[in-house]
Design a binder for this molecule. Structure first.
Ligand code: HEC
Length: 243
């Protein structure tokens, strides 16, 4: 009887199918869902130089506060995405994040995320679990992240007058930087960098900030609020300004 035979075949085959599906799915499921958010928070230190987990705070890379289930390249007010990431057509979930963190360049060849990738699948799963927990409000965004010593997170509106710049003049191969404390420091022009920081932690308009950089103390940077200050402060003049 064909009906009887079909059902007995099903009785044998159905459990085998279930076992097959479970066996073949388990490795991916383990890789993508068994991450430990606590360990991921510590591992996020590898990302924290370039990514904040506070909403709206963009560094070299966009804020990752709400990356879970978001289409790639769409974090609001981050205007520096590569064309490749914007057109990737990916939505961030456990599987896509796992591939991205293994080797970003393999997903988007022209990406500007200059990160070699994490080889260890368990570590990737931990970071992914942490990003999910942060997005769902289950993990504090600051845990493990920490701030880089030279990072842009120091509030440059709260520096002392020995770092608040009142004048900069260029003469020959030097910049002479005068601070509110009355000191004028000469720098070889090649050792002084100029930056702008219009973020909430950037300097006050009209108050550029001097920060030393490097081990020798011969290098420094001046951070301006924006281009208006940069254009106004940089002048060519060899005489000391009259006091
Ligand atoms: C050297 C800086 C740098 C490091 C380190 C870095 N990233 Fe990125 N990340 C970027 C930049 C820049 C982008 C934007 C890439 C683009 O547009 O192609 C980005 C993009 C991303 C995106 C996609 C964001 C979006 O809006 O689609 C994710 C997710 C991401 N990074 C996660 C991480 C994680 C997790 C780590 C640590 C394991 C990390 N990144 C380390 C700079 C970095």
């Amino acid at each position: 009887m064909p009906g009887w035979r079909l059902s007995s075949v099903l009785v044998v085959v159905a459990p085998l199918l279930v076992i097959f599906v479970v066996l073949t799915r388990t490795p991916t499921a383990a890789q993508t869902t068994s991450g430990d958010a606590g360990r991921g928070a510590a591992l996020f230190q590898q990302c924290a130089a370039c990514h904040s987990l506070e909403p709206g705070v963009h560094l070299t890379g966009p804020s990752l506060a709400a990356i879970w289930n978001r289409p790639a390249g769409t974090v609001p007010r981050f205007g520096r995405y590569s064309d490749g990431l914007k057109r990737a057509g990916i939505t961030w979930d456990a599987a896509t994040l796992d591939r991205w963190l293994a080797r970003p360049q393999a997903v988007v060849p022209d990406t500007t995320m200059t990160f070699p990738g994490m080889e260890n699948a368990h570590q990737r799963a931990d970071v992914v679990a942490y990003l999910k927990a942060v997005a769902e409000g289950k993990a504090p965004p600051t845990a493990g992240g920490g701030m880089m010593a030279m990072g842009p997170r120091t509030d440059l509106k709260r520096v002392g007058k020995e770092r608040r710049v009142t004048a900069i003049r260029h003469c020959g191969d030097a910049y002479h930087v005068t601070t509110e404390s009355g000191r004028t420091i000469p720098y070889w022009e090649f050792n002084l960098r100029f930056k702008t920081d219009g973020s909430p932690n950037g300097p006050q308009p009209g108050n550029p900030v001097l920060a030393t950089a490097g081990m020798q103390g011969d290098r420094a940077q001046v951070v301006f609020n924006g281009l208006d200050d940069l254009k106004r402060f940089l002048v060519e003049r060899c005489e000391e300004p009259a006091r």
